[in-house]
Design a protein around this ligand. Structure first.
Ligand code: TTP
Ligand code: MN
Ligand code: MN
Ligand code: MN
Length: 363
């Protein structure tokens, strides 16, 4: 592994984002980061996954870079910044913006595809299909005769799901989950993960890992918890229920799962539409159940960011001949062997990576 330390030892020039701390926003290059994120997202909406990923690597490197980029030459020394993105940066340094990004933002097609892709369970393919059928707003999509059950729900819940939750909103829901779950299983461990754990002020959903010190208790946990939440009137819809393991990836929700195809695990989970009592707004709450032995990897795997997780999996695979997933850490020998871990920190130790605080996993 080619680790090159810059003048500032906290900046590591590497292709693996999980090796260096990244805050939510860049103190130095935030404006550039936001313009490049527009292009990245446009590539995703266009189905150009690989191209989007190369933007993501460059963006992550810029977010972690410890000072203002001042020249093209300086930018090109960073791993992940090649000719193409180097030229964007050159343009940004001379004009103060990137024309391509400006054009994307003002393009009507981009704005529409972007809003369609924000519908729960809708990826770029469905977004494009709806656009090609002539729909220009969410209301028009609702009249589509071929909607799946989940797409219809997603469209109906669109306005609510677009409303961001403050940390206080999330705390309110966490308190309800805590109370409800502990009336059935008093010893449950309930851990908020996702963007909330990474310190985001406002979140589109709440991700929660639920575990229990008794290994077998988790067998029925999802069913029992979901039933209780329905009985108590909190859970309005199940958007996804079950295991998103490879064996059922071809089912009705295949697009939902394939948009997360590199984050699949076989943990029990329920993606819920949850009524927040104080606002009566429907919130997306993702419940993930982890047997106690898989609790550390579940918390690490569901804290994100997506790019942090991607780089962690790549690092484990390419540099350590191991597999990291939310349901465990494995040695890639034949047959594959599970490595037991008892804490999130231990996963970093075994992989030989320095501990990264959740707030520093925002690549
Ligand atoms: P998300 O809730 O999709 O992402 P997030 O919380 O980072 O950001 P947002 O504010 O948009 O909600 O997922 C949380 C983390 O869980 C994500 O970084 C990757 C991981 N994950 C999986 O491992 N499997 C999955 O099926 C999904 C959806 C996410
Ligand atoms: Mn989330
Ligand atoms: Mn999300
Ligand atoms: Mn989520």
């Amino acid at each position: 592994l080619d680790m090159e330390f810059d003048l500032d030892p906290s900046f590591i020039n590497t292709k693996y984002e999980c090796l260096r701390p990244t805050t939510l926003e860049s103190k130095y290059n935030q404006c550039l980061v936001e313009l490049l994120e527009v292009i990245e997202h446009a590539r995703e909406l266009n189905g150009e996954e690989r191209n989007a990923l190369s933007y993501r690597h460059a963006i992550a490197a810029l977010k972690a870079y410890p000072r203002n980029i001042e020249s093209y030459v300086e930018a090109r020394k960073i791993i992940g910044i090649g000719l193409k993105i180097g030229n964007h940066i050159k343009e940004f340094l001379t004009t103060g913006t990137i024309l391509e990004a400006e054009e994307i933002i003002t393009s009507e097609k981009y704005q529409i595809l972007d809003s369609f892709s924000r519908v729960y369970g809708v990826g770029y393919k469905t977004a494009l299909k709806w656009y090609q059928r002539g729909y220009r707003c969410i209301r028009e999509c609702m009249k589509d005769p071929y909607l799946t059950h989940v797409q219809r729900l997603g469209l109906e819940l669109f306005d609510d799901f677009q409303k961001k939750m403050s940390r206080q909103d999330i705390q309110e829901i966490l308190d309800i989950l805590d109370k409800t779950i502990k009336t059935i299983y008093p010893d449950c461990i309930i851990t908020p993960v996702g963007g909330y754990r990474r310190g985001k002020e406002f979140n589109g959903d709440l991700d929660v890992v639920v575990s229990h010190p008794q290994e077998t208790v988790t067998n029925n946990l999802l069913k029992d918890v979901v039933e209780k939440l329905i009985d108590n009137g909190y859970l309005k819809h199940k958007l996804f229920y079950g295991q998103s393991s490879a064996k059922n990836k071809k089912d009705a929700s295949s697009e939902l799962l394939s948009s997360h195809k590199n984050v699949m695990d076989n943990l029990d989970k329920c993606f819920c539409a949850f009524i927040q009592p104080s606002t009566q707004i429907c919130r997306q709450v993702d419940l993930i159940i982890a047997p106690y032995s898989q609790y550390p990897t579940a918390v690490l795997g569901w804290t994100g960011s997506k790019q942090f997780e991607r780089s962690l999996r790549n690092y484990a695979k390419k540099e350590r001949k191991m597999t990291f997933a939310s349901h465990g850490l494995f040695l890639n020998v034949i047959p594959r062997r599970r490595v037991c871990v008892t804490s999130e920190r231990e996963v970093f130790d075994i992989l030989g990576i320095s501990w990264v605080e959740p707030e520093m996993r925002n690549c």
